[in-house]
Design a protein around this ligand. Structure first.
Ligand SMILES: NC(=O)c1ccc[n+]([C@@H]2O[C@H](COP(=O)([O-])OP(=O)(O)OC[C@H]3O[C@@H](n4cnc5c(N)ncnc54)[C@H](OP(=O)(O)O)[C@@H]3O)[C@@H](O)[C@H]2O)c1
Length: 181
């Protein structure tokens, strides 16, 4: 990897037991944690170095359902779906029907900055299996959900990681920042 090559990074909040949403896709538990100082857990400085987002169709629809203005105006968005007829409803958004090394390498060539794998679990597990995730930043929320949508569903590929840093916030959130070995 040359220093200037765009990196593919995961940045995601998950429960202590490894869930990223409830079974019905809700994220109420993320917002339930008191955060009086409105800490952003590093999100805005992360986003400043991103110009490309990759997400699964389910995650895309969840974000559309938030009912807020589209938050990623300047970025190129790639939404994975096997359904060829899908129509993008947001700026600079394209549907992709293949997730493989070639499609990810093409995104690396097209990007000037880094690439954020937004989620969800299906997309994350596949990108890991392809060996294409350079960094993982997990914001661990201090809750055991017991059930839900897994961070690494299926049978994720066994992957050793190198810990870059860890940071505990006063709200009880812990960020774990890993890179590929
Ligand atoms: N906690 C967080 O910070 C966070 C972040 C992101 C997402 N989430 C949550 O994660 C949940 C969604 O995760 P998920 O794992 O169920 O779904 P997902 O990964 O978001 O999307 C799955 C969909 O992506 C498409 N897809 C998957 N693999 C593909 C491939 N190889 N080629 C083409 N298309 C492919 C399929 O769409 P089609 O069915 O259209 O073919 C599939 O149904 C949501 O509840 C969301 O809120 C949470």
């Amino acid at each position: 990897l040359s220093a200037s090559k765009p990196q593919i990074k995961l940045f995601i909040a998950c429960s202590l037991d490894g869930y990223i949403a409830r079974e019905n896709n809700t994220l109420d538990w993320l917002h339930a944690l008191p955060n009086p100082k409105q800490l952003d857990y590093g999100y805005h400085s992360f986003l400043a170095e991103i110009d490309t987002l990759i997400m699964g169709r389910t995650t895309y629809e969840e974000i559309l359902g938030f009912g807020v203005d589209w938050p990623y105006g300047d970025c190129n968005i790639y939404v994975l779906s096997r359904n060829q007829g899908s129509q993008a409803q947001t700026p600079r958004t394209r549907f992709l029907n293949e997730l493989n090394k070639e499609s990810l390498e093409e995104l690396r060539r097209k990007s000037q900055k880094n690439i954020w794998i937004v989620g969800g679990g299906q997309i994350i597990s596949q990108c890991l299996a392809l060996g294409e995730v350079d960094e993982l930043i997990l914001s661990i929320i201090p809750i055991i959900l017991g059930d839900g949508i897994r961070l690494f569903p299926g049978q994720p590929k066994e992957t050793w990681l190198e810990l870059v840093s860890s940071k505990a916030f006063e709200t009880g959130v812990v960020n774990l920042h890993y890179q590929r070995q």
